[in-house]
Ligand binder design. Structure first.
Ligand SMILES: C[S@@+](CC[C@H](N)C(=O)[O-])C[C@H]1O[C@@H](n2cnc3c(N)ncnc32)[C@H](O)[C@@H]1O
Length: 292
């Protein structure tokens, strides 16, 4: 197996990123949490030109030092409010959990959870995960990488901003140990199709559920048949505007003959984000791939 493609030094200043900087001001309890807890739970990262989601070239994290111990590492990308990572870390004290997030209020909330639940096996970092995976996180250092409900970027002209595409899959391959697992979930069929396509095309991964849940059992077939994503309540609707239609983007529109969908991962508790999607009647697609 070829090693993952060499990652260029500074690709991140010139590419569209998967996030927009919004609401980074902290108030009230979250501001206090940041001030009190960052020293213990937030990793100190040298930056490029002060950009607060960047990583200075050449910086490599000493993971054992960051956790004050050596243990298998799980990385959650886009950890939001920290619901999933805190729950998993509570149930699994023998593994280290690293939450990567660009959204400051989410990180503050995550640190509050870590502190309230007295967890010693979680660290957070305010960083563009793609940039961290290119150098800051050492090669083959993680046993699992999770990317749950990445921002869907519905409009076709915004698809280039989606996190899970070829370059990101290469970067995840770089940080995962051979045999390590990449877990993903999304509530949007067009993104689910994109995730499955890029991972199937990557020589670094094999689908742990290849061919499973195809045809009538596929959530994709069910979404296509129900049309749930094309009606109000499926996609975000702004007042006075038509609903965003995500359309059918699979190669087998109508019936998904490929399948490959994982069962719901036990370690992924429903976050408030997922609950909103389920309340809106959308389906959730899980994928799990093993690093070769
Ligand atoms: C839709 S939210 C889902 C949050 C969480 N996974 C959940 O299920 O509740 C996606 C999150 O990914 C974060 N995000 C987007 N791009 C990122 C990146 N390149 N690096 C780190 N976090 C990112 C966003 O700030 C946002 O909090």
């Amino acid at each position: 197996m070829e090693p993952p493609t060499q990652i260029p030094d500074q690709p991140f200043r010139t590419q569209p990123v998967s996030f927009v900087r919004r609401g980074s001001r902290l108030q009230g309890r979250r501001r206090e949490a940041w001030e009190e807890l960052a020293e213990d739970f937030l990793l100190d990262v040298p930056r490029v030109h002060g950009a607060d989601t960047s990583v200075a070239p050449g910086f490599v994290l000493d993971i054992d030092a960051a956790f004050s111990r050596s243990a298998p590492l799980i990385i959650e990308v886009g950890s939001g409010l920290g619901e999933a990572v805190a729950s998993a870390a509570t149930l699994d004290p023998d593994r280290n959990y690293l939450a990567l997030e660009v959204y400051r209020p989410g990180l503050a909330q995550t640190m509050l959870r870590i502190s309230q639940e007295e967890l010693t096996n979680v660290r957070t970092s305010q960083v563009n995960a793609a940039e961290a995976f290119a150098g800051m996180i050492p090669e083959s250092s993680a046993v699992e990488v999770w990317t749950f409900f990445p921002d869907p970027w519905h409009k076709t002209r915004h698809h280039k901003r989606r996190l899970v595409k070829e370059d990101y899959v290469e970067l995840v391959a770089r940080v995962l140990q051979p045999g390590g697992v990449f877990r993903l979930a999304t509530d949007w069929s067009s993104y689910a199709v994109q995730m499955r396509a890029v991972l199937d095309a990557s020589g670094h991964f094999e689908n742990l559920h290849d061919g499973e849940r195809s045809g009538a059992r596929s959530p994709l077939t069910q979404v296509w048949e129900s049309g749930v994503e094309t009606v109000v309540g499926g996609a975000p609707v702004r007042e006075g505007k038509d609903p965003v239609s995500t359309g059918n983007t699979g190669i087998n529109e109508g019936i998904d003959t490929l399948g490959g969908w994982a069962p719901r991962f036990d370690g992924r508790i429903p976050t408030s984000f997922e609950n909103k999607a389920l309340t809106a009647g959308r389906m959730v697609f899980d994928l799990a791939y093993r690093r070769r």
